[in-house]
Design a protein around this ligand. Structure first.
Ligand code: UD1
Length: 428
C-alpha cells in the first residue's frame, strides 16, 4: 500500500492545472450505456474511480478505449450489446457510484442486477431514492442476496419528488427517464454542476431535458439516443483543494482551467477568511478561468455549514477544517449531508490541531502549530485534508492508505511537487 511522505513548511508557488471532474465523468461514462452508438468523452481525469468504472463497463460487455490528450484522457465507449447485466459486489464496494449503471441498464436493456453498496466510511449512504424513482418509472425491484434486481418492459414517464436531495439519484433517474415513454418531472432534484454536465451530454445524444441545474428537471422521453462527443467540466473540488493549499502554505498559486461559477460558495468563504483571490478568464469558449490564491496577512476563523449546491460542498469540508486549524479563533463546522464525515479530525488532532467533534458539529480552535506525524487516510476527501495539513506542518508527515486519494485526485503529489511541495510516494 502506498504512503505519502510529506516534508512540510514549504510555501507553494506557481501554476497548477485542474483536471476534469471525476463526479461528472462517472455518470457520463454510464450514459454511454443508453445508446449503441459511440460516445466520446474528453478531459476525463486519470483517477482510479474511472478505471474501476471502466472495468465494470467491460464486465457488462461494453467496449472502451483510452487515449492520452493534452488535458486528461479521451475515452471512447461503445455499448453495442449487453453480455451480462451485473454490477458485482467487489466493484460496487470499491466505488458506490457504480450504482449509476442501474438507471441506464434498466432503461435500455430492461434488466440490471446491481450489488447494494452497503455502508461506507462516511456514513450509511442508502440508495432507496434511486430505487423508489425507478419503481415509479415502472421498473420492478427485488432484493436478492445483497443485490438489487431491477426489471422493466418499457419505462413510463412519471413525477418524482426527492425527499432528500441526491446527486447520483438525480443522475440515475434522469438517464432512465431519457428513454422512458412520456414526460418525467423530477422535483427537489440535485442542482450540482455535474448533474447539468450530464444533462448537456444526454441532450447532445438526442435526449430532451430541461431545467438541469435547477431543482425541477423535466425529461421528455425519446425512443432512442445516439452517439455524441463531450468535454467534461473542470473538477471544482480539486480546484478548491489547490486554492486552500496556496493559502495554508503562505504561498501563491495560479489554479488554471477551473470554472469559478461552480466554486462560488467556496470562493466567497475563502475571501471572507482572508485568502486573496484574483480571477482571470482564460477560455471564454469553455468558460474556464485561472484563479490565483494568495495567503493574506492573517486567516480569520469562520463558521461553516455544508449544503447541497449551490451551498458549500461537503466534499470541501475536510480541506476547510484543515485551513481553520491555521486561522485565529474558533470556528464551528457543521456537516449536514453525511452523518460521519469528520474522520480526518482525529488525525489532524494527532498533528496538534484542537478539534472537538460532537455529532455533526466540530469546533476548531486556531491557530495551532501543526507538526508532522504518522497519520492515516480514511476516505477520499479526508485524505486531501491530511495532505494539506502535511504541507502546512513542521517536519515530516507520513500518510498511510493514500489509495483513497488516488480514487479522485489525478497525480496530486506530482501536481503539488511542481509548485514547490515535497511529497514522496513510498510503495511497500
Ligand atoms: C455525490 C458525490 C459525492 C458527494 C455527494 C454529496 C458522486 C459520484 N459523488 O454522492 O462526492 O459527496 O454527492 O454532494 O457524484 N441519500 C438517501 N437516499 C438515497 C440517496 C442518498 O437518503 O437514495 C442521502 C445520503 O445518505 C446523503 C444525502 O442523501 O445523506 C446525499 O447523498 P447523495 O447526493 O446521494 O450522494 P452521492 O450521489 O452518493
Amino acid at each position: 500500500m502506498d504512503k505519502f511522505k510529506i516534508t512540510g513548511g514549504r510555501p507553494l508557488s506557481g501554476r497548477v492545472i485542474v483536471s476534469g471532474a471525476k463526479n461528472a465523468a462517472l455518470p457520463a461514462l454510464t450514459a454511454a450505456l443508453l445508446t449503441q452508438e459511440r460516445v466520446v468523452l474528453h478531459n476525463v481525469p486519470r483517477v482510479r474511480d474511472i478505471s474501476t468504472l471502466r472495468s465494470l463497463l467491460e464486465d457488462l460487455g461494453v467496449d472502451s478505449s483510452v487515449t492520452h490528450e493534452a488535458h486528461g484522457n479521451r475515452i471512447e465507449i461503445e455499448a453495442r450489446q449487453l453480455l451480462n447485466p451485473v454490477a458485482p459486489y467487489e466493484l460496487v464496494k470499491q466505488m458506490r457510484a457504480s450504482i449509476l449503471v442501474l438507471g441506464p441498464l434498466v432503461a435500455r436493456f430492461g434488466q440490471a442486477r446491481v450489488s447494494l453498496p452497503g455502508g461506507c466510511a462516511i456514513g450509511v449512504r442508502p440508495v432507496n431514492l434511486h430505487l423508489k424513482g425507478l419503481e415509479k418509472l415502472g421498473a420492478t425491484i427485488n432484493f436478492d442476496h445483497g443485490y438489487v434486481d431491477a426489471k422493466a418492459s418499457g419505462l413510463r414517464g412519471t413525477e418524482f419528488y426527492f425527499d432528500t436531495v441526491s446527486v447520483t439519484g438525480t443522475e440515475n433517474l434522469m438517464m432512465a427517464a431519457a428513454l422512458a415513454e412520456g414526460v418525467t418531472v423530477l422535483e427537489n432534484a440535485a442542482r450540482e454542476p455535474e448533474v447539468q454536465d450530464l444533462a448537456d451530454l444526454l441532450n447532445k445524444m438526442g435526449a430532451q431535458i430541461d431545467g438541469a441545474g435547477t431543482d425541477k428537471i423535466c425529461i421528455r422521453g425519446v425512443s432512442r439516443l445516439h452517439g455524441a462527443e463531450h468535454t467534461i467540466i473542470p473538477d471544482r473540488i480539486e480546484a478548491g483543494t489547490f486554492l486552500i493549499a496556496a493559502a495554508i502554505t503562505g504561498g501563491e498559486l495560479a489554479v488554471e482551467r477551473c470554472n469559478p461559477q461552480h466554486l462560488a460558495a467556496v470562493l466567497a468563504k475563502l475571501d471572507e477568511v482572508g485568502v486573496q483571490l484574483v480571477r482571470k478568464a482564460d477560455n471564454a469558449a469553455n468558460r474556464t478561468a485561472t484563479l490565483t490564491a494568495k495567503a493574506g496577512n492573517k486567516l480569520r476563523s469562520l463558521n461553516l455549514t455544508t449544503q447541497e449546491y449551490p451551498g458549500f460542498p461537503t466534499d470541501m469540508q475536510a480541506q476547510y477544517m484543515t485551513l481553520m486549524t491555521q486561522a485565529e479563533g474558533s470556528s464551528v463546522i457543521t456537516e449536514t449531508i453525511f452523518e460521519n464525515r469528520f474522520m480526518h479530525a482525529q488525525e489532524l488532532a494527532r498533528m496538534g490541531a484542537e478539534i472537538n467533534v460532537n455529532g455533526r458539529r466540530a469546533v476548531v480552535r486556531g491557530k495551532t502549530l501543526l507538526s508532522g506525524a504518522k497519520i492515516q487516510a480514511s476516505d477520499l476527501r479526508a485524505s486531501a485534508s491530511l495532505v494539506l495539513a502535511g504541507l502546512a506542518a513542521e517536519g515530516e508527515t507520513i500518510i498511510d492508505r493514500v489509495y483513497h486519494i488516488d480514487r479522485g485526485y489525478e497525480r496530486i503529489e506530482e501536481k503539488l511537487n511542481q509548485v514547490g511541495a515535497k511529497i514522496a510516494r513510498v510503495s511497500e
